[in-house]
Write a new protein. Structure first.
Length: 120
């Protein structure tokens, strides 16, 4: 069997290899630069979208707060009206109870007095 001839790495061949490796990495560098540009574009778009969402949320929350204040004020007004009506109704009920209670109490007292007098 014949001994295999060994290629010698000369300076010219090493320089040629360096050039080819550098060209190969230039392509990789270009791809990475493209990926980096995409990330920058995506990051810029995301910042703009997040800012828009924040602004929309701020507007919606402000509107919701204003609506809630208006509605709570209306509920407070209605509660005040109901309280006023109930106060009037309770006062009328108390007057009616007194009007019924006093004559009933007098009638009961006279009845007991009549019973006592008839027993004596």
């Amino acid at each position: 069997m014949e001994a295999m001839a060994r290629d010698l790495w000369t300076d010219e061949r090493l320089d040629d290899l360096n050039v080819r490796v550098d060209r190969g990495f230039e392509g990789v560098d270009l791809r990475f630069e493209g990926v980096q540009r995409e990330f920058v574009a995506i990051r810029t778009e995301m910042r703009a979208e997040f800012a828009a969402v924040r602004e929309e949320m701020r507007i919606e929350f402000t509107a919701a707060r204003a609506e809630m204040r208006t509605e709570f004020a209306a509920v407070r007004t209605e509660i005040g009206t109901v309280r006023t009506e109930l106060s009037g109704q309770m006062a009328a009920t108390q007057r009616l109870m007194l009007q019924l209670f006093i004559p009933q109490t007098v009638a009961m007292a006279l009845g007991f007095a009549g019973l006592i007098l008839t027993r004596v």
